[in-house]
Ligand binder design. Structure first.
Ligand SMILES: [Zn+2]
Length: 283
């Protein structure tokens, strides 16, 4: 049986599915955070000119000297990731495969795409944060603030890569600067929701140790160096011989020999692979 048919059969028969997703899934949806491409030039040329930033990821890690520029960049990024983007076929197909099935998502993507595509917000652990939320830059307290309305205002009011000074947000506790709640330094706040979702994820991993159940781990676009997501998946597969580990990626597939028999590798465009799996419907 070929990999697509095996993957479909495993997913359909699964008692529970754990999804792990990283940058490759964003790329499959047309978002290249590492690329200096047409989209980057269309959205972020101000920051390319003013701050010599050449990709979204560089912008996320950039030490802006002006808060006005920092928030202009973040608001553009938020717009690019969410407002200007409808749920893609990739995400819709993934969601359709989870229909009536217990699932949980762990992702290092900060783009809100799982939530915005209709996945259960209570079954998603955004391990490195979400670009919709704001925190104190020095983490003087661990409250997160929903920043959507502010980010939309920053987007609307910015000129030449800067927002008006009067709009720059300040920490309500210490009066210092704010930043997005994404993990770019040691001040990343792991707030109450992060802790709660981490607990849910750990509980799901524990449930998946049950050797009486059919467990599928769907790993989507997780690079070889992303140990954070990959390691627990591989460990679980090794521990439980009833686990089926399905890894989707483009050109970056690696499965240790110890779990090879339980693994299905789909090397290629993630959207294409999902389409083929969903397309087998009824056959
Ligand atoms: Zn503060």
């Amino acid at each position: 049986m070929d990999s697509i048919k095996r993957a479909r059969k495993a997913i359909l028969q699964a008692d529970m599915v754990l999804i792990g997703a990283s940058n490759g899934l964003s790329i499959a949806q047309g978002i290249h955070i590492f690329a200096d491409n047409q989209d980057f030039n269309d959205y972020f040329s101000d920051f390319k000119n003013n701050n010599a930033i050449k990709s979204i990821i560089q912008g996320c890690f950039h030490q802006f000297s002006k808060e006005e520029q920092k928030w202009a960049f973040y608001s553009k990024m938020y717009h690019y990731f969410t407002i200007d983007r409808k749920p893609t076929q990739v995400m819709q197909q993934l969601l359709s495969l989870m229909k009536d099935k217990p699932y949980f998502v762990v992702t290092s993507n900060i783009d809100s795409h799982f939530i915005n595509s209709g996945f259960d917000p209570h079954a998603i652990f955004e391990i490195e944060g979400n670009c919709r939320f704001m925190q104190c830059e020095t983490a003087c307290h661990d409250t997160l603030y929903d920043a959507e309305q502010k980010l939309l205002a920053f987007y609307a009011k910015q000129e030449n890569g800067s927002i008006p000074t009067k709009l720059v947000p300040k920490c309500p506790k210490c009066g210092g600067n704010m930043k997005l709640n994404i993990e770019v330094d040691s001040h990343f706040v792991k707030g109450a929701t992060w802790q709660e979702n981490n607990q849910k994820y750990r509980a799901f991993l524990d449930q998946a140790k049950n050797k009486q159940k059919k467990i599928v781990l769907l790993e989507l676009g997780v690079g070889l160096r992303n140990i954070l997501i990959k390691q627990p998946f591989m460990n679980l597969t090794y521990y439980n011989s009833n686990v089926c580990y399905i890894t989707f990626n483009k050109g970056e597939i690696y499965v240790p020999i110890e779990i090879d028999a339980q693994s299905i590798t789909l090397d290629g465009d993630i959207g294409q692979s999902l389409s083929e799996i969903v397309g087998l419907n009824g056959r």
